[in-house]
Design a protein around this ligand. Structure first.
Ligand code: SAH
Length: 452
């Protein structure tokens, strides 16, 4: 196989990044914007030692799994991977992604429950972070990064976000343009406006607008407040987040509330929850409620168990289980999130929940040393999974059940495999689609102690 050669191929697989795969002389060739079942004429654009890349020249016979993408940006934008294929097929691929991770990485073969799909493939998100940049003519633009790049696709209205976000973004960008507030440039670490970060409570409708800037420009931003508050009726909070660092990490450590409240509230599993800009909050509320419901079911609570909620964020999981637990202890590293969690317990009259700020591994090690013996541990780590100290401490605390909630099947499979080498067995895995249209999938895993 050589560069520039033309082949007629049948696409026989699809990666998690949404790229079709075909095989030529036994070698895998990745072809973006194709679907399993497509017959296409492709041109080889790159050949490496074990695989290659092609682009579609002509679609000869489209796969029955294809649908017309409902988004005009989906070919360039890195946000959605599966907009050109049916949701049914997307769910099938995601279920397989989870199964493959546990079988290949974890060498585990638990029961896989049928994936729980979302009701909406559009407008389900409650949060967006739009990078801001400046084009060649000095015009501000904002949108989302293109696939595998830091180039901004100026997405006017993203179908994953509530419609109100577009309105907020338009107001901010035209204000910044008018007041000559410059866009941040990561290469030179110059310019001011880095990101527009917006949240809107799914049930409450309360909106928070957070302007991420390189330096304190409170004075320059003052005039924006009446424009936002007069147009967005459910806005509750306008925050300036200062991030002076030359980094692609979005948020800095300092927040200044420019108007309204420091937090917004939403309802999650029947609890009123407040969230700060720094706190993690699942982006798809209605699916998160299903996810937490599964986790609660897997936790098998009867009313007396001591529950440890590791990586608890604003406390949403632990609080949703508190009515069926004896006690709940949450552990989280972000102080603002811990503060939210404590407030959330109070606000909902939950008296059997406490929250500690600290690294999950450190706190778990300390709890294990202090002979704190939870009956059930829920762990919902970030994408990189649990560290070994956390896993060691979970084993030392020796709970009857471990419920792992994860947005990354690969690290979940790795961590569960370690637990299985110790005193646990994997019982079942429930994939849940929290991110329809995109290449991401969530799962809940039940592990139980092996009876000696
Ligand atoms: N369970 C929560 C949050 C899950 S996201 C929910 O469902 O909303 C993962 C959380 O782990 C984030 O809140 C993040 O701040 C936190 N986190 C990341 N690294 C951590 C660590 N080393 N120790 C404790 N918490 C950590």
């Amino acid at each position: 196989m050589q560069k520039n050669e033309i082949y007629t191929v049948k696409i026989d697989d699809l990666t998690a990044e949404g790229s079709g795969v075909c095989h030529i002389d036994g070698m895998a060739v990745f072809v973006p914007d194709t679907a399993t079942g497509d017959t296409a004429e492709i041109k080889i654009v790159k050949v490496l030692k074990n695989y290659g890349f092609g682009i579609v020249q002509r679609l000869i016979e489209p796969s029955p799994d294809r649908t017309e993408s409902d988004c005009i940006y989906s070919r360039q934008c890195g946000g959605c991977t599966f907009r050109h294929i049916s949701y049914e097929k997307e769910l099938e691929i995601k279920a397989k992604m989870v199964k493959d991770a546990f079988e290949r990485i974890g060498k585990l073969s638990p029961e896989f429950l049928p994936i729980i799909g979302g009701e909406n493939r559009i407008r389900y998100r409650n949060k967006a972070q739009y990078p801001v940049a400046c084009d060649k003519n000095g015009k501000l633009l904002c949108g989302f990064y293109a696939k595998r790049s830091h180039h901004i696709v100026p997405v006017k209205d993203c179908l994953l976000q509530p419609e109100s976000f577009k309105k907020a973004v338009d107001i901010i960008i035209s204000y910044a343009q008018e007041k000559k507030i410059s866009a941040y440039n990561e290469t030179s670490n110059t310019g001011m406006l880095r990101h527009i970060y917006i949240r809107e409570g799914y049930h409450s409708g309360e909106m928070m607008v957070c302007l991420v800037v390189r330096k304190n420009i409170e004075r320059e931003l003052r005039g924006l407040i009446p424009r936002l508050t007069s147009s967005l009726l459910k806005i509750k909070s306008i925050v300036m987040n200062i991030n002076p660092k030359q980094t692609n990490v979005i948020l800095g450590s300092k927040n200044v509330t420019l108007w309204g409240s420091d937090t917004i509230t939403d309802i999650m599993c029947g609890n009123v929850v407040e969230i700060s800009p720094m706190s993690f909050y699942q982006v798809n509320t209605s699916q998160a409620e299903k996810l937490y419901g599964v986790a609660k079911d897997f936790a098998g609570l009867t009313g007396k168990e001591r529950l440890l909620d590791l990586y608890c964020g604003a406390g949403t999981i632990g609080l949703s289980m508190a009515d069926r637990a004896g006690s709940v202890l949450g552990v989280e590293v972000i102080p603002e999130a811990v503060q939210n969690a404590s407030e959330n317990a109070k606000r909902n009259g939950i008296e059997n929940a406490e929250f500690i700020c600290g690294d999950a591994g450190d706190v778990a090690a300390k709890l294990a040393d202090d002979n704190m013996l939870p009956d059930v541990i829920v762990a919902d780590p970030p994408r990189k999974g649990c560290d070994i100290q956390t896993i060691d401490s979970i084993c030392k605390m020796n709970p009857d059940r471990v419920v792992m909630v994860s947005c990354n099947p690969a690290t979940a499979a790795r961590d569960c495999a370690i637990l299985c080498q110790r005193q646990y067995q994997i019982v079942k895995v429930q994939p849940v689609d929290l991110f329809p249209g995109t290449g991401h999938v969530e799962c809940v895993v039940l592990m139980s102690k092996v009876q000696k």
